[in-house]
Structures are given as structure tokens and as C-alpha cells.
Design a protein around this ligand. Structure first.
Ligand SMILES: [Zn+2]
Length: 416
């Protein structure tokens, strides 16, 4: 190949590289800034526990028993975070009220003591970590307003003793938007502030610790919610990689187009991304879930698996199957990743916030390696890179980086 041809090829790739770099600057920089983890991390992020059906106590004890049987190389058990719902509607009192008025049953009620004990036992032994899901899994004035004009909601209230809010229509399960009408309407800032002040206090009173991680019900929240959570000590918000602020005329989540990566911040709040699912009741199996973790770990990201209580509190077969899949998954994870780290979301978030700690890899080579894999997620960028041939130099760089990483770890192993 002549010198001129080589110069033309180099000029072409340089030009394309610069052009793509300018067009996709924002996304490329964001992916570079996203932390890279030194070890695979697995966390079960479970929601909806707390006030509600009494069979939760047995379910939590069974989960604790499975999680207790496994340990990572440091002796830490797998952690299941429990997104706690602190109250449900007191349906008996609501149904008797004229006009219809809201009453609640709080998790501190004597009837919920076995549930609370199971939660606390897991927290003490490191299998559970409590997170704030909300005082309720709905906006109470919206529930009552809906019950007044909607017979379906009125019936729902009449047939629930210890309510399963999973069976409410989706748009009413969002807490931080008024779902009594569609599209849902914003809630007054002062009302949000009163509600959050109450839920943070109740969480602290019941659990004895302040909430530091919040999971917005159905991932609908806004700046006001986040600002007040942050003011009252919540440091981390769990996201699905985006944010929803309301529901549309059909009751569906309305996209904002906001993209969120692990470690990104809004003022004082740090975001983490939970976008993989382990819901055995919906057919998710251990083997497929392991592959999700393989992909996440290759990208230097933690695997946060969303798994709801409905997998563990319904009919016996569903529950047993969910526990069995959990056990198979944990065995497979320890086999595939002997260096896996089982930690709580709060601990992971603290290390990411400090950008230091045993989990955060700040080596340039590892960062570059993860970045070269992550940039394929920017679909426009990767499509143009392939069409223009720019994917070829990127691939060659990846190979060189992998080789250097391999050499570096090999020489580290040979160092006494
Ligand atoms: Zn929920």
C-alpha cells in the first residue's frame, strides 16, 4: 500500500472520528464519566414490601434463609434491598366514612409486627437493606377522589383487608403525580413537602435509621420531590435509566427523554440505574439473568436486578419457583464470578459518590476498555461508525487495550 493511500485512510478515519466526536460529544463524555467497577456487583432490588398482606412475613423469612446460605469471597451475604411502603389504606374505616375520607394503617401497627421483625432480622444479618419506596404506593387524595367517581376503585377498597396495591390500576400506583384524572396532574409543592417530611420521619421511627436511598413508585417523580428528599437526607435515587414525571391520557408513563447513567447527579442526589429484571413469576429464569450480569459486568457496571414482592407472596408454586430460581442464580453467579461483590445499594452509592473505595476502578486502561464497549450503546454513533468504517480502528484499539490489560494483570500476578 502506497504512502498516499495510507495518508488518505488516516485522514479519513481522523476526520470521521472528529466529526462523530463532535456530534455525539455529550453522550461520549457521559459514558467516559460513568464509574467503572473493579469487580462484578450483584444487588437484588426488591420493591413493595412493608404494610400490606400478612403473608409477607413468611416470604421475607424464606428469602432471608436463601440469601443467608450464600457468601461472596469476603464473607458477605447477597443483599436484597427492600423498597418499603410504610402504610396501606385502612379500608374498614374508609368504607365507613361519609363523605369518603382517607385513613391509613401504618407498618408500626401490631398486626404487622411479624413483617417488621422479618425485615429487621434481615437488616441485622446483612441480607436485607431498607430503602424508601414511600409512605404509600399512591397519592392518597387521588385514591379517594377516584373512589368517589369510579366504582372499580370503590370495589377495590371494599375487597381489601390488608391491601395489595399491586392490584390498583397502574396510574394510581404512582405517588408523585395526581392520578385521579388522566393525564395525571402535578401535585402542589407544599403538599409534596409535607408528605415527604412525614414519610422520612415514619421510616426513621419504625426502622431506627434514616432513609438514604429512595425508589420513586413507578419511577414517577420530579425536581421538587428530589430536592426535598435530598434536604431530608436521601442521597441516592434509583432510576430505570430515565425519569417519568406524569402519565398520559391512557395512564401510560410519559417519556421525558431524560437519559440517566450510574453516578450522575442532580444537585446533591446521586442516581443509580436499575434496568435489569428478575421476576420469576413473569418467567425470568436464572440462566438468562446470569447472562444479563455477564453483560453488565463486562461494561464495568453493577447489576441491579428489579424483583417485586409479588414473586414471593402469591400462590405456593409461584413462590417456591421464585425461591428456587434465586438459589440457582446465586450458585451460578458464584461459580461464574468468584470475585463477585455482594453489597447494599447504599454502600455502592457511597463509593461511587466518593469516587474511591475498593470497588471503583480508576485505572485508565480499564476505563478505556469499558468506554469502548459502552459507546456501542449510542445507536446513532455506532451505526455511523460501522457505515464509515470507523468501527475498524475502534476495534483495533479495543484489541490493543484488552491485550495491555491482560499483560498488566499477568505481571501483577507474577509480582510477589
Ligand atoms: Zn413499587
Amino acid at each position: 500500500m502506497g504512502t498516499i493511500t495510507i495518508l488518505i485512510i488516516v485522514a479519513w478515519f481522523t476526520g470521521i472520528g472528529l466529526l462523530l466526536g463532535i456530534i455525539y460529544r455529550k453522550g461520549l463524555i457521559a459514558l467516559w464519566r460513568e464509574p467503572v467497577l473493579r469487580h462484578p456487583v450483584l444487588i437484588f432490588e426488591s420493591d413493595d414490601w412493608g404494610a400490606g398482606p400478612l403473608q409477607q412475613a413468611d416470604a421475607l423469612n424464606a428469602l432471608h434463609a436463601v440469601l443467608s446460605r450464600f457468601k461472596d469471597c469476603r464473607g458477605h451475604h447477597p443483599v436484597m434491598t427492600l423498597g418499603l411502603v410504610l402504610s396501606i389504606p385502612d379500608t374498614q374505616r374508609i368504607n365507613k366514612s361519609v363523605p369518603l375520607a382517607y385513613h391509613e394503617l401504618v407498618l408500626s401497627e401490631p398486626v404487622f409486627i411479624p413483617i417488621l421483625n422479618a425485615i429487621k432480622q434481615g437488616m441485622e444479618s446483612g441480607t436485607f437493606s431498607a430503602q424508601l419506596h414511600g409512605m404509600a404506593h399512591y397519592w392518597p387524595p387521588a385514591l379517594i377522589a377516584s373512589a368517589e367517581h369510579n366504582v372499580e376503585i370503590r370495589n377495590w377498597l371494599s375487597h381489601q383487608e390488608y391491601a395489595s396495591t399491586e392490584t390498583l390500576p397502574d396510574h394510581l400506583q404512582s405517588r408523585w403525580t395526581d392520578g385521579s384524572v388522566l393525564p395525571t396532574q402535578p401535585i402542589d409543592d407544599a403538599a409534596i413537602e409535607r408528605a415527604i417530611t412525614e414519610e422520612v420521619k415514619v421510616f426513621q421511627d419504625i426502622l431506627g435509621v434514616a432513609p438514604v436511598v429512595a425508589v420513586p413508585p413507578t419511577f414517577v417523580w420530579n425536581d421538587t420531590v428530589e430536592r426535598i428528599w435530598s434536604k431530608l437526607g436521601v442521597q441516592t435515587v434509583i432510576t430505570p435509566g430515565t425519569r417519568y414525571e406524569f402519565r398520559d391520557a391512557q395512564g401510560k408513563l410519559s417519556p421525558t427523554g431524560i437519559k440517566i447513567l450510574n453516578g450522575e447527579r442532580s444537585a446533591k442526589t446521586l442516581y443509580l440505574v436499575r434496568d435489569e429484571y428478575f421476576e420469576p413469576a413473569r418467567g425470568h429464569r436464572a440462566a438468562d439473568t446470569l447472562m444479563k450480569m455477564v453483560k453488565k459486568s463486562a461494561l464495568g457496571r453493577p447489576t441491579l436486578l428489579e424483583t417485586h414482592r409479588f414473586n414471593f407472596i402469591n400462590d405456593k408454586n409461584t413462590c417456591n419457583n421464585a425461591l428456587k430460581e434465586l438459589e440457582i442464580l446465586l450458585k451460578a453467579v458464584l461459580q461464574r464470578f468468584p470475585d463477585v461483590r455482594f453489597i447494599s445499594t447504599a454502600t455502592l452509592s457511597a463509593q461511587i459518590a466518593a469516587h474511591q473505595g475498593s470497588l471503583i476502578n480508576t485505572s485508565f486502561l480499564h476505563q478505556l476498555n469499558a468506554w469502548l464497549l459502552r459507546i456501542k450503546e449510542i445507536s446513532g454513533f455506532w451505526k455511523l461508525a460501522r457505515i464509515s468504517g470507523f468501527a475498524l480502528p475502534l476495534w483495533l484499539i479495543s484489541l490493543a487495550v484488552s491485550q495491555s490489560k491482560h499483560n498488566a494483570s499477568h505481571s501483577a500476578m507474577n509480582t510477589p
